[in-house]
Design a protein around this ligand. Structure first.
Ligand code: PLP
Length: 389
């Protein structure tokens, strides 16, 4: 179990992003955490070791990343995983057959797939509800509810859930509140401070920020949950390799530089799109026209780099997707480069058609992950792609 250094808590976010959890390596004083490419550790004598026995349980490169992200989230324990869904899968092992989960209806497609198509066979039951309204969360709670799973803002409809209100409902129900904080990153949103028990991340996205690895992370403030998570992590074994941890750690050092630029570029694209295509068709929490703009201002310190646009038809969506040049057509998000995607057929391809309709995820929806390029080039790219519409 990786506990943070208390001395790291005092610094500002940028200083923490660069230094938290990092110490010069003792042999040569290397400023960067070495990539500990090892499966096992030599023991000094029978029953005597340096705290490391086998690398599924612990790896120093992984621990450096875990401490760093734990501090950025305002938590005391971090756990790195081989992927975001690996992290989710491990969190779900807090539950047992017969337990019930209230989950946002518009969560990441892979989260929905794991819950609906895998974990239901293990006796877990789920209620997928529109968590924009906290009342719907409380209405879905039963005597068997042990977990409330929220993602805010959601992918790709950019819907928000009130974290504080959800935490209150979870507390009353005796359930854990888990918040997928992938879209906002800890730079813009700190769910633990708002009452969440566990924060989950796909580090593949903003935390790493360079689209060159797959990883997940869980952070908590609770010692009891941390102890169990370490056990579950070691038992399930969905651990990341040290090279991927090194890459993610390199990424988090610039999180505070990248996030404001992502958000600035997203805001500029959103404003351009609102003017060119109609305010009601652009979904970005930073726009005053977003129905939950007030909540965004209250629980986030910025609006992130993701936005979606309702093109009205698949043909219109295709028109734009086929013409974009700086924005690449690809799944994933959160990297320095701008990406554009068609959620209905790409990231949310595994969500049943009737569910997509029910939550408003149409064939005309496109999703933009605004990178950190020059804004003039992103706007020019949109401008030429919209010609003919
Ligand atoms: C990508 C993503 C995940 C899954 O993470 P992987 O690293 O791809 O396994 C979970 N939640 C959100 C919001 C994501 O964007």
């Amino acid at each position: 179990m990786t506990k943070v250094f208390d001395s790291d808590r005092a610094a500002g976010f940028g200083t923490q992003a660069i230094h938290a959890g990092q110490r010069p390596e003792p042999l040569a004083g290397a400023i960067m955490t070495p990539v500990y490419m090892t499966s096992t550790y030599v023991q000094d004598a029978l029953g005597e070791n340096k705290g490391y026995e086998y690398a599924r349980g612990k790896n120093p490169t992984r621990e450096a990343l875990e401490r760093n992200v734990a501090i950025l989230e305002g938590g005391s324990h971090g756990f790195a995983f081989a992927s975001g869904v690996g992290a989710t899968d491990t969190i779900m092992k807090f539950l047992k057959s017969g337990d019930h989960v209230v989950c946002g209806e518009n969560v990441y497609g892979g989260t929905f797939r794991l819950f609906d198509r895998v974990l239901t066979s293990f006796g877990l039951t789920f209620s997928f509800v529109d968590t924009r309204d906290p009342q719907r969360i409380s209405d879905a709670v039963t005597s068997a509810t042990r977990m409330i799973w929220i993602e805010t803002p959601t992918n790709p409809l950019m819907r928000l859930t009130d974290i504080k209100a959800s935490a209150e409902i979870a507390r009353k129900a005796g359930a854990l509140l888990v918040c997928d904080n992938t879209f906002a990153s800890p730079f813009f949103q700190r769910p633990l401070a708002l009452g969440a028990d566990l924060v989950m991340h796909s580090t593949t996205k903003y935390l790493n920020g360079h689209s060159d690895m797959i990883g997940g992370m869980v952070v908590t403030n609770r010692d009891d949950l941390a102890e169990r998570l370490q056990f579950l992590l070691n038992s399930g074994g969905a651990v990341p390799g040290p090279m991927d941890c090194f890459l993610a750690l390199r990424g988090t050092k610039t999180l505070h530089l990248r996030m404001p630029r992502h958000a600035e570029n997203a805001m500029a694209c959103a404003r351009w799109l609102a003017k060119r295509w109609g305010e009601e068709r652009v979904i970005y929490p930073g726009l005053e026209s977003h129905p939950q703009h007030a909540l965004a201002k209250c629980q986030m310190s910025g609006f992130g780099g993701m936005l979606s646009v309702e093109m009205g038809s698949k043909a219109n969506a295709k028109h734009v997707l086929d013409r974009m040049k700086v924005f690449s057509l690809a799944e994933s998000l959160g990297g320095v480069e701008s990406l554009i995607s068609h959620p209905a057929s790409m990231t949310h391809g595994s969500v049943p058609a009737e569910r997509k309709v029910a939550m408003g995820l149409t064939d005309g929806l496109i999703r933009l992950s605004c990178g950190v390029e020059d804004i003039e080039d992103l706007i020019a790219d949109l401008d030429q792609a919209f010609i003919g519409l």
